[in-house]
Design a protein around this ligand. Structure first.
Ligand SMILES: NC(=O)c1ccc[n+]([C@@H]2O[C@H](COP(=O)([O-])OP(=O)(O)OC[C@H]3O[C@@H](n4cnc5c(N)ncnc54)[C@H](O)[C@@H]3O)[C@@H](O)[C@H]2O)c1
Length: 256
């Protein structure tokens, strides 16, 4: 094992969904700074240009591909376009997702469909479209799905999100099992509370902040960098004997 160069991703190509979001863009910077070419995809293209320019400043190729993950045909086109632009895809960060907090009895059918559509169904179809490409091109790839501590705990007001993230945890095991012999490792990262555009408002409330921190042994919220570092490791040679796992990055939140 070349420990010193474990995070050298020169010659590798990485596809990141949710790539214009807070954590997704940090993943892009992390891989680009380690030498990988990156393609980021998102339905929101507002910050895409700036993110692509920053990635390119590391001397790599970087592309933005617009895609609405609620549409499976759009997913298939996006994966094909990523392969065409990058030349290949070695690593997939299957990362896009969102939540919508409310008591279970208040959700509508439409909200169920959208949450499950982005947070679970799209995870499956992005993973399978990418794996079809990897399998038919003999790519010993890495797929890293983004779950959450909600995959392991029954936090109130997150019923559909928790169902989706728990589903990702199980899906990760099955897909890892199916593709292990072909050399594709499938793992998930399970962030705890990370300050992002999605959580900033919620975590800024002093009472909520206090209550949440009282359950986090390291007494701080996570950073996008905390999660990106774990994703880099799961994409690296150093993790080649890890597959089917959800690695929780949560400051000890799940200890008790
Ligand atoms: N922030 C946290 O504390 C936290 C904790 C656990 C897990 N997560 C997970 O991390 C991931 C990123 O979260 P974030 O906090 O960086 O949020 P974010 O909102 O900054 O990023 C999510 C991205 O997903 C994209 N997206 C949503 N719907 C889409 C669709 N239909 N098609 C294409 N793209 C779509 C959004 O446009 C956005 O850019 C999510 O999967 C989230 O569930 C976040």
């Amino acid at each position: 094992m070349d420990y010193r160069n474990m995070m050298d991703f020169r010659g590798k190509s990485v596809l990141i969904t949710g790539g214009t979001g807070s954590m997704g863009r940090e993943f892009a910077y992390a891989f680009a700074s380690c030498g990988a070419d990156v393609a980021i995809t998102d339905v929101n293209e507002a910050a895409a240009e700036e993110i692509i320019e920053k990635c390119k400043s590391y001397g790599v190729n970087a592309y933005f591909i617009k895609c609405n993950l609620l549409d499976v045909a759009d997913i298939n086109n996006m994966v094909n376009e990523a392969v065409a632009r990058l030349g290949k895809v070695d690593v997939l960060c299957n990362h896009a997702g969102f939540n919508n907090r409310k008591p279970a009895i208040e959700y509508t059918e439409k909200e169920w469909e959208t949450l499950i559509g982005v947070d679970l169904k799209a995870i499956f179809f992005v993973a399978t479209a990418t794996a079809k490409y990897m399998l038919s091109n003999n790519i010993k790839g890495r797929i890293i799905n983004t779950a959450s501590v909600s995959a392991a705990r029954g936090h109130k007001n997150l019923a559909i999100y928790a169902a989706a993230k728990g589903g990702i945890r199980q899906l990760t095991k099955v897909l890892a099992h199916e593709w292990a012999e072909s050399g594709i490792n499938v793992n998930a990262v399970g962030p705890g509370y990370v300050i992002t555009s999605q959580t900033q408002h919620y975590l800024d409330d002093p009472a909520t902040r206090e209550a949440l921190l009282s359950h986090i042994p390291v007494k701080r919220f996570g950073t996008c960098g905390d999660i990106a570092a774990t994703v880099l490791f799961l994409a690296s040679e150093g993790s080649s004997y890890i597959t089917g796992q959800t690695v929780f990055v949560e400051g000890g939140r799940l200890i008790d």
